[in-house]
Design a protein around this ligand. Structure first.
Ligand SMILES: Cc1cc2nc3c(=O)[nH]c(=O)nc-3n(C[C@H](O)[C@H](O)[C@H](O)COP(=O)(O)OP(=O)(O)OC[C@H]3O[C@@H](n4cnc5c(N)ncnc54)[C@H](O)[C@@H]3O)c2cc1C
Length: 435
């Protein structure tokens, strides 16, 4: 394998692979390096892979809308087939409950309308009519399972919800990553697995490559940190973390898989439910299961992880709390003793919005801080990162004069300054996985 490239990408998760694909399409000789044995085996592997359009900020909605089209046109995006088969988008629709914390979805509805994204406003009775397997009582604000009144309705019904027909999930996030790897390889990209980056090489005041654990060195004028929950370690290695206003940390998460209520075909009847009233999101999962993640309600203590290679990968009481919260909404949802699901880490930024940016070290870039909500946006992130890198390497001062990126499917420009490491905390964020 060569030891000199135009760009080295640290990480071969879904975003690292999309960055490689887009750079390779521009004629750049890229190498992705990953310490794991194959693409998509990091946090992407355990992604719930939900493709939804509701985000708290207008840019968040626009990016998700753009990403949606990439997934819908997956084969066209890849420009190739893959002998492993292609990942598939499963449409389920999504139901999002109105809560005080999400400002009754007022801003979300404005952003959806602005992009002509179809949605319906439903009051609690309409939700019940359409989804009779849901209990529409109000349970919020979410509580700890140890608090008195847990699981008891707090009076009346939910404030209502919106239903967005275009939402769903990708059936196999690892396969989707493998698809993008194959697409990138078809454009000349290289991948090296079981190779851990232990240093960022600098020369003449800019990045000049990487150092691997086996002592070998790979030269490249451009290095891109797409290391997921390890991103803060790679930024530290490059010495760029102190120059960031928004930083990233690893956040532990549990996702539960439980059987659907007896007699309910959840694969058919179920949809994505984003439910701040109970503090959970959920979607149908194979085997007539319900997948349940946390929307990180205020009452829960967030479990920040100092060492992403050493954390508790077993389920804790949080698993049962999430299932019991979901059982408030889905009538007769079982709370089994046999705990199934996943435990993994988000690469969480201070305002739960991603950082797609350069750094203070010329030639060193980052696509990090994906905060549990950027799988869906990976193809867009790949495309905008490739353009940002191309323009900054050609001399553009992105910090002083932030670039804009023209989305391909929707008629809109994204101000890439909103993904800057130097931005002020974005107060429009949900400060949760919703972004
Ligand atoms: C439980 C969970 C559920 C989620 N659900 C959703 C969802 O429903 N929808 C959504 O849009 N997003 C979701 N996300 C977020 C989404 O999965 C991530 O944003 C996305 O997968 C990140 O991709 P990535 O390529 O940046 O990182 P990763 O997939 O984590 O890849 C980073 C890679 O870098 C490698 N690496 C790290 N350090 C080094 C080193 N020193 N040397 C070499 N390699 C290194 C790792 O091995 C890893 O493979 C979820 C995340 C989690 C954890």
């Amino acid at each position: 394998m060569k030891s000199k490239y135009d760009a080295v990408i640290v990480g071969a998760g879904i975003i690292g692979c999309c960055v490689a694909f887009e750079l390779a399409k521009k004629g750049c000789q890229t190498l992705n390096v990953d310490k794991l044995p194959a693409a998509g085996h990091g946090s992407t592997a355990n992604s719930c892979a939900i493709i939804r359009l509701h985000y708290s900020t207008p840019d968040g909605v626009a990016m998700a809308r753009e990403g949606y089209y990439y997934w819908k046109n997956w084969e066209q995006y890849l420009e190739a087939t893959d002998s492993n088969g292609l990942a598939a988008y499963i449409n389920t629709g999504s139901l999002v409950t109105k809560t005080p914390r999400n400002k009754y979805l007022r801003n979300v509805m404005v952003s959806l309308s602005e992009l002509e994204i179809e949605y319906e406003e439903l009051d609690a009775r309409a939700v019940k009519r359409r989804f009779p397997f849901l209990d529409v009582s109000k349970y919020g604000p979410p509580k700890l399972a140890t608090e008195s009144g847990f699981g008891q309705p707090t009076g009346g019904s939910i404030e209502g919800a919106i239903y967005v027909p275009e939402s769903g999930y990708i059936n196999d996030p690892i396969l989707s990553t493998r698809n993008v790897q194959a697409a990138a390889e078809a454009k000349g990209a290289d991948f090296r697995f079981n190779a851990q980056v232990v240093g960022i090489v600098k020369q003449n005041g800019r990045s000049a490559g990487i150092l691997l654990k086996d002592g070998s060195r790979i030269e490249a004028p451009v290095v891109i940190n797409v290391a997921g929950p390890h991103s803060f370690i790679i930024n530290r290695m490059a010495g760029v973390d102190q120059g960031m206003n928004i930083k990233t940390r690893a956040l532990r998460q549990e996702v539960a898989h439980v059987p659907a209520p007896e007699g309910l075909d959840y694969q058919k009847a179920g949809m994505l439910v984003s439910d701040g009233d109970i503090g959970c999101y959920s979607r149908p999962e194979v085997g007539n299961h319900v997948l349940i993640g946390s929307e990180d309600p205020d009452c829960d203590t967030l479990e920040w992880i100092d060492d992403p290679d050493n954390y508790n990968t077993n389920f804790t009481d949080q698993w049962r709390t999430q299932v019991m919260r979901e059982a408030q909404r889905i009538i007769n949802l079982p709370v089994p003793n046999d705990r199934q699901g996943v435990v993994d880490l988000y690469d969480c930024s201070d305002d739960w919005l991603p950082i797609y940016d350069k750094s203070d070290l010329p030639g060193f870039y980052m696509a990090v801080g994906t905060s549990g909500n950027q799988y869906k946006n990976a193809p867009v992130a790949g495309a905008l990162m490739a353009e940002l890198i191309e323009k900054v390497e050609a001399g553009h001062d992105h910090d002083r004069d932030p670039l804009t990126y023209q989305l391909k499917y929707i008629d809109r420009f994204l101000n890439l300054g909103s993904f800057s490491r130097l931005r002020a905390i974005n107060r429009d964020s949900s400060f949760s996985v919703i972004g």
